[in-house]
Design a protein around this ligand. Structure first.
Ligand SMILES: Nc1ncnc2c1ncn2[C@@H]1O[C@H](COP(=O)(O)OP(=O)(O)OP(=O)(O)O)[C@@H](O)[C@H]1O
Length: 273
């Protein structure tokens, strides 16, 4: 198969000269309430994410993080403003967005390979069956599942199922990855292993990513930028922290980096403030 199908040539670092992939302009979301009232979760939120950036979003429970991500995914209608993906307004879900939820929701009776192929077959329908198989198998092997391609999803551990979820999202070669607390249900050891796997495959592809997390260490380890949301209602972006740690990153080096505890202190102070 052609190498271009397996490897993106997206620039490694996002800077001011890099193209904007995602833009939220005056984004507002209000949920209807009884008696004709509405609950304004987000109001006039502005957010711009450059190509190849890995951005995490943190904020208190209920501030509207999942609401924001679900609107970018096209699964939740916006109430005001705009969300532009590669300059075009988002009108609904689409394969240009790879979504990784806390629970991967695989089809339990299908193998790991078949689950990944569901998306690959749709997006690469013009490719041969062999090429589509190779794409799915490649991404499963990148997340450490080369020996589990034919195992049924129902027979995989929770961590392995989430690995399939990661492979499935990367394999469709989306413009942007949307991760909603992807490791929230895993024990701490599995969580660290999955973070390493995600980073390993992300380092090769540098697909623009937006991740919601409650874990400040995870946010620092994975991100170029951490966005801190104020508490709702009418949540906004309260602060932004740029993470200037070299890539590729190793967990031990990040934890021992002299700036790590400053970053951590900054994020925790915001959350406690
Ligand atoms: N479909 C809905 N209808 C009405 N209100 C909703 C709906 N979905 C979410 N909300 C409310 O909007 C607010 C934001 O919810 P959201 O799930 O986006 O927050 P969050 O920051 O992701 O929370 P958490 O960190 O706990 O996952 C909450 O007050 C929630 O109760």
């Amino acid at each position: 198969m052609s190498a271009s199908l397996l490897h993106n040539s997206i620039p490694a670092a996002a800077d001011n000269t890099t193209a904007v992939v995602l833009e939220c302009q005056n984004l507002t979301k209000a949920y209807p309430m009884p008696k004709g009232l509405s609950y304004v979760v987000l109001e006039n939120l502005q957010l711009s994410i450059a190509q190849g950036e890995f951005v995490s979003i943190i904020g208190h429970s209920g501030c509207g993080k999942s609401t924001l991500l679900s609107m970018i995914a096209g699964l939740n209608p916006i109430s005001g403003g705009n969300i532009l993906l590669n300059g075009a307004p988002i009108k609904g879900p689409g394969p240009d967005r790879g979504v990784i939820f806390q629970s991967p929701s695989l089809l339990p009776w299908m193998s790991a390979l078949e689950n990944v192929l569901l998306g690959v077959n749709q997006v690469f329908s013009h490719e041969s069956k062999l090429t589509r198989h190779d794409i799915a198998a490649y991404y499963l092997s990148r997340v450490g599942l080369e020996d589990a391609l034919h195992k049924k999803a129902k027979d995989l551990s929770q961590g392995m199922q989430q690995r399939v979820g990661i492979a499935r999202a990367f394999a469709i070669k989306p413009s942007i990855l949307l991760l909603d607390e992807p490791f929230g249900m895993l024990d701490s050891l599995t969580r660290a292993e999955l973070q390493d796997s995600l980073l390993e495959v992300w380092n090769r592809e540098k697909i623009t990513a937006v991740m919601i997390t409650h874990d400040v260490d995870e946010a620092i380890f994975l991100s170029d930028r951490v966005i801190m949301m104020t508490s709702g209602p009418r949540a906004q972006i309260g602060d932004v922290l740029n993470i200037h740690l070299d890539r590729p990153r190793e967990r031990k080096e990040v934890l021992e980096h002299p700036d790590f505890y400053d970053y951590r202190g900054h994020l925790i102070a915001f959350l406690e403030g």
